[in-house]
Design a protein around this ligand. Structure first.
Ligand SMILES: [Zn+2]
Length: 289
């Protein structure tokens, strides 16, 4: 798996993708309209009636955001282990095999390099279909290596600046409980690598998609020089139900949505999926890289 990841050569899913049922038609969870799947696909996985943003897999995201055929995966062979021999309803070892077969991914992140409108970038995406996109050791290690590699590479032969870094997060799980402290330490590890990247003059654009929660929101996803979010994404640390149950008061309307967080200064811009590629290219140019 190196340069040409496309939906057609992606591994076949055993079960339907989360959030996007199979079939010619699908029901939009937002406006409840029955919409033609082809129309949704043509609009990069958004509802033609209400612009609801459906889940997209990491591989589809690469196709949507990077120039065709430019993705080269880094650290493709990193695979998770089960150091704690953790078991809940089933053993973590078994769960990993099931998730790998279902999603075609070895873990919840893909990292590498590619071009966005002919600008070279270091690129990562996390996939919420793989154990909620949670950050275990492999996700943390891949993102750390990505930031470190971007720090050493130049944006162009004539540039003194590091390669721009784009991370699209779709992580509802935060840290991965199956890996305990080894998962928690990834927050500090990735953040430290991003700090060194920042000191070297790098431009990090963080793109938050539905959902971005827990230890992911509390580490790399919030550390972008520029933070974009897709419309109406759920973004926060603890979930709204947990917060409500803990503090016992009504939460404000739209709490933990992109729109709420834009209003409160936590993110810089809401970018619809169709404009994401152009907006990233525009910010890279604006920052003079
Ligand atoms: Zn809709």
């Amino acid at each position: 798996m190196s340069t040409d990841i496309t939906p057609s050569n992606a591994p076949r899913m055993k079960r339907p993708k989360r959030g996007v049922p199979e079939g010619l038609w699908l029901r939009c969870p937002e406006c409840h309209a029955a919409v033609f799947r082809k129309d949704v696909d043509r609009r990069l996985g958004t509802c033609p009636e209400c612009d609801h943003h459906f889940y997209v897999s990491a591989m589809d995201r690469i196709v949507q955001v990077l120039d065709e055929g430019t993705f080269e995966e880094w650290d493709a062979d990193l695979r998770p282990t089960d150091p704690l021999e953790f078991a809940d309803k089933k053993s973590y070892r078994e769960r990993l095999v099931d998730e790998q077969e279902r999603t075609g991914l070895l873990d919840a992140a893909l990292t590498g390099t590619g071009m966005i409108r002919a600008r070279r970038v270091a690129f990562a995406v996390t996939d919420s279909a793989f154990i909620m996109g949670s950050m275990g050791s492999v996700v943390g290690e891949k993102l750390t290596r990505l930031a470190e590699r971007a720090t050493t590479l130049r944006a162009s032969p004539t540039s003194a600046r590091p390669l721009p870094l784009i991370i699209i997060s779709g992580s509802g799980g935060g840290a991965r409980m199956h890996e305990g402290i080894l998962s928690l330490m990834q927050m500090a590890k990735v953040s430290a690598a991003l700090a060194r990247y920042h000191d070297a003059g790098g431009l990090f654009i963080s793109v938050l998609t539905n959902p971005t929660m827990g230890g992911v929101a509390a580490s790399f996803a919030s550390l972008g020089d520029v933070v974009f979010a897709e419309p109406r994404a759920l973004i926060g640390f603890a979930g709204p139900r947990t917060i409500k149950a803990t503090i016992g008061i009504e939460l404000p309307d739209g709490f933990q949505t992109s729109e709420f967080l834009l209003e409160h200064g936590f993110i810089d811009r809401i970018v619809p999926r169709a404009k994401l590629k152009s907006e990233i290219a525009r910010v890279i140019d604006y920052c003079g890289i």
